[in-house]
Design a protein around this ligand. Structure first.
Ligand SMILES: NC(=O)c1ccc[n+]([C@@H]2O[C@H](COP(=O)([O-])OP(=O)(O)OC[C@H]3O[C@@H](n4cnc5c(N)ncnc54)[C@H](OP(=O)(O)O)[C@@H]3O)[C@@H](O)[C@H]2O)c1
Length: 267
């Protein structure tokens, strides 16, 4: 019997203070991680999430080091400062989950260009810059048998072309999925695998409005007739970060119940 794990590894989860990022961090804590690093913009959120992960580890009898440090992924200087602080505390990084992201929706005619630019900055530039900065530490951790991993969190709206009113967001999520394939080729010689995941709809702060107001439509429109649950993401990501998936590189994994096949036009 195989039990996937991240035993003894060090992972960084950007946007790890809530939602999908926190769920991934929590599952790493439960499945063997040695050190988990989380970050987001808000210092209080970083502090609270660290306490919550430590409590989770303690209640499951796990010994895990949790590091949290605020950082704005869209701010180049802040990201460099963050990298300097983290790299003074670790000598290798096995896993980078490039998850931090934001969305913005307004109809086409009134959609502010400034918002498109802002979303691209967080969702694409922040992902590229974090991978670039942490590549050396990732290289230190990877081996031919078990490369280090970068997982980029894209979205199903990158592939279902009909998601409404979120112009910067859909472009950014298609962009990072493509960036992931390109980085997979660039970084494979350094024993770093790069894959992306494309979640369908999961109940988080980002999807609060949809969940509250269009739950019926989203359930109806999904081939599996339900929203995603945290376990759906957790298990897929754990596998992608486990030794057993070491030959999987440059893919995008849809985690959406098949939503990409039918699109989001029923919303
Ligand atoms: N929920 C879904 O259905 C769904 C579907 C497909 C893809 N996704 C993607 O999954 C990822 C996580 O989203 P979520 O649903 O978990 O949303 P969420 O609950 O809003 O979480 C977003 C996280 O990113 C952080 N963040 C936002 N802007 C940031 C910035 N500039 N710098 C650093 N951290 C930042 C937030 O913390 P602070 O506010 O403290 O910065 C928070 O920790 C995103 O990339 C999103 O696009 C979500």
């Amino acid at each position: 019997m195989v039990q996937f794990n991240v035993n003894g590894k060090i992972a960084l989860v950007t946007g790890g203070t809530r939602g999908i990022g926190y769920d991934i961090a929590e599952y790493f804590v439960l499945n063997g991680i040695d050190t988990i690093i989380i970050t987001s913009r808000k210092p209080d959120a970083c502090k609270d999430a660290k306490a919550s992960l430590e409590a989770c580890a303690a209640s499951h009898g796990k010994s895990v080091k949790v590091i949290s440090e605020p950082c704005d992924m869209a701010n180049d200087d802040d990201l460099r400062r963050f990298h300097a602080i983290i790299s003074s505390q670790i000598t290798k990084l096995d896993i980078l989950i490039a998850n931090a992201g934001a969305s913005y929706g307004t109809p086409f005619d009134k959609h502010p260009v400034a918002q498109v630019r802002k979303i691209l900055d967080i969702n694409i530039t922040g992902v590229f810059h974090s991978v670039q900065l942490f590549a050396s530490l990732l290289e230190n951790a990877g081996s031919a048998q078990d490369p280090s991993r970068v997982i980029i969190v894209s979205s199903i709206v990158a592939f279902a072309s009909d998601f409404k009113d979120a112009y910067g967001y859909v472009a950014s999520k298609a962009g990072v999925a493509h960036l992931g394939r390109n980085l997979a080729l660039t970084l494979a010689p350094r024993n770093i695998n790069v894959n992306s995941i494309a979640p369908g709809f999961f109940p988080t702060k980002m999807t609060k409005y949809l969940y509250a107001n269009k739950r019926q439509e989203t359930n109806y429109g999904n081939p599996r007739k339900r929203w995603g649950q945290k376990e759906d993401i957790q298990n897929a990501v754990l596998w992608l970060c486990s030794r057993e998936s070491n030959y999987v590189n440059g893919i995008n994994l849809n985690i959406d119940g098949g939503l990409h096949l039918v699109g989001t036009s029923k919303l």
